[in-house]
Design a protein around this ligand. Structure first.
Ligand code: FAD
Length: 309
C-alpha cells in the first residue's frame, strides 16, 4: 500500500506528488493523461517567474520534475471509485484496485458541452472548445462563440485577431465577463454580440459546420434564427471531473466541485483534494500547484498523527 496516492497528473497532482515524495513517504500517482489541461494550452504568460511558455513544454517539465523523485507513476488509468475502509481504496477502470493510507484528488475539470444536435457530429469538424488550439483553422472565416462569460469573451478577442468575424451568443440578457474584457470586445470592429440567444442546433453539410440555429429569447414568438458560420467555439464553463465520485461519501457542491477546507481536506478522513476539481475560486495553473502543495503537506500531517494513534 501507498502512504499517499495522488489521482490526477495536472499541475495540482504533480505538485502534490513532488511535495509528498520530498517527505520520504511512499507516493503513487494515477493519471489518465499526464499534464491535464495544460496539454491543451498554447501560450502561458501568467506562470509567475516564467514570462512565456507553452502547454506541452510545461507539461513535460512537470513530468520530468515528478520523475526526479521515487514516485510510482501510473498513467493511462482512470479512477472509477473510492472508499474508506481501514485504508483508502481506489478502483481503476482496468478492474485493479489500489490501497493507500491517504489520497489526494486532483482530477481537474473539462469544458462544458452545449448538448444540442450537431455538436457531437461536427466535433473537430467546426465545433471547437479551445480557441488557442483551433483558432488558426478558421482564418478568414466567420465563427460563433457560445457564451458571454470570461472564457467566451476572451475567446472572442483572441479569435478576432485571426478570423474575419466573430459573433458571440449569450443566453442571458447581459454578458457576464469582466468589464475590462467586455470593453475590449466592444472596441473590436469584427466582434458582434447577441444576447438572449439560446443556441438550439449546430448545422452542417454532412462534412463540416455551416451554421447555427438559435432562438431569440427576447421575441415573444421565439422564432428560430440562423447564422452562417464555419466554426462554433463552445465556451460555457468548466465541469469538474467528479462523476466517478458519485457513489462515494465525498461532499461536493451543486456544481459537482469537491468541497475542501483551508487545508485541502475533504469530508472523507485521509482524503484531500486540490486544483480545478475543488471549490477553489480561481482555476489557474499557479493556484492549482499551490493547492497541490497544501494538500500534500496536510496529508503528511494527517499521516504522522495517524501513525501515533
Ligand atoms: P487538470 O489540469 O485538469 O488535470 C487533471 C488530471 O487528472 C489529468 O492528468 C487528467 O488526466 C486526470 N484525470 C481526470 N479524471 C481522472 C480519473 N477519473 N482518473 C484518473 N485521472 C483522471 N491556466 C493558467 O494559469 N494560465 C493559462 O494561460 C491557462 N490557459 C488555459 C487554456 C486552456 C485551453 C485550458 C483548457 C486551461 C487553461 N488554464 C490556464 C487553466 C489550467 O490549465 C488549469 O487551471 C490547470 O491545468 C488545473 O490543474 P489541475 O491539476 O487541477 O487539473
Amino acid at each position: 500500500p501507498y502512504d499517499l496516492l495522488v489521482v490526477g497528473g495536472g499541475p495540482a497532482g504533480a505538485a502534490a506528488a513532488i511535495y509528498a515524495a520530498r517527505k520520504g513517504i511512499r507516493t503513487g500517482l494515477v493519471a489518465e493523461r499526464f499534464g491535464g489541461q495544460v496539454m491543451d494550452t498554447v501560450g502561458i504568460e501568467n506562470f509567475i517567474s516564467v514570462p512565456y511558455t507553452e502547454g506541452p513544454k510545461l507539461a513535460a517539465s512537470l513530468e520530468q520534475h515528478v520523475k526526479e523523485y521515487g514516485v510510482d507513476i501510473i498513467t493511462e488509468q482512470r479512477a472509477t471509485g473510492i472508499q474508506r475502509r481501514e485504508q483508502v481504496e481506489l478502483q481503476l477502470q482496468s478492474g485493479a484496485s489500489l490501497t493507500s493510507r491517504s489520497v489526494i484528488l486532483a482530477t481537474g475539470a473539462r469544458w462544458r458541452e452545449l448538448g444540442v444536435p450537431g455538436e457531437q457530429e461536427y466535433r473537430t469538424r467546426g465545433v471547437a472548445y479551445c480557441p488557442h488550439c483551433d483558432g488558426p483553422f478558421f482564418k478568414g472565416k466567420h465563427v460563433a462563440v457560445i457564451g458571454g462569460g470570461n472564457s467566451g469573451i476572451e475567446a472572442a478577442i483572441d479569435l478576432a485577431g485571426i478570423v474575419t468575424k466573430v459573433t458571440v451568443l449569450e443566453f442571458g440578457d447581459a454578458l457576464r465577463a469582466d468589464e475590462v474584457l467586455q470593453r475590449k470586445a466592444r472596441s473590436m470592429p469584427n466582434i458582434s454580440i447577441i444576447t438572449n440567444a439560446q443556441t438550439t442546433e449546430i448545422t452542417g453539410d454532412g462534412k463540416k459546420v455551416t451554421g447555427i440555429r438559435y432562438i431569440d429569447r427576447h421575441l415573444s414568438r421565439k422564432a428560430s434564427q440562423t447564422l452562417e458560420v464555419a466554426g462554433v467555439f463552445v465556451q460555457i464553463g468548466l465541469v469538474p471531473n467528479t462523476e466517478w465520485l458519485q457513489e462515494s461519501d465525498i461532499a461536493r457542491n451543486r456544481q459537482g466541485e469537491i468541497e475542501i477546507d483551508a487545508n485541502g481536506a475533504t469530508s472523507m478522513a485521509g482524503v484531500f483534494a486540490a486544483g480545478d476539481v475543488t471549490t477553489v475560486p480561481y482555476k489557474q495553473i499557479i493556484i492549482s500547484m499551490g493547492a497541490g502543495a497544501t494538500a500534500a503537506l496536510s496529508a503528511f500531517d494527517h499521516l504522522i498523527r495517524e501513525s501515533v494513534e
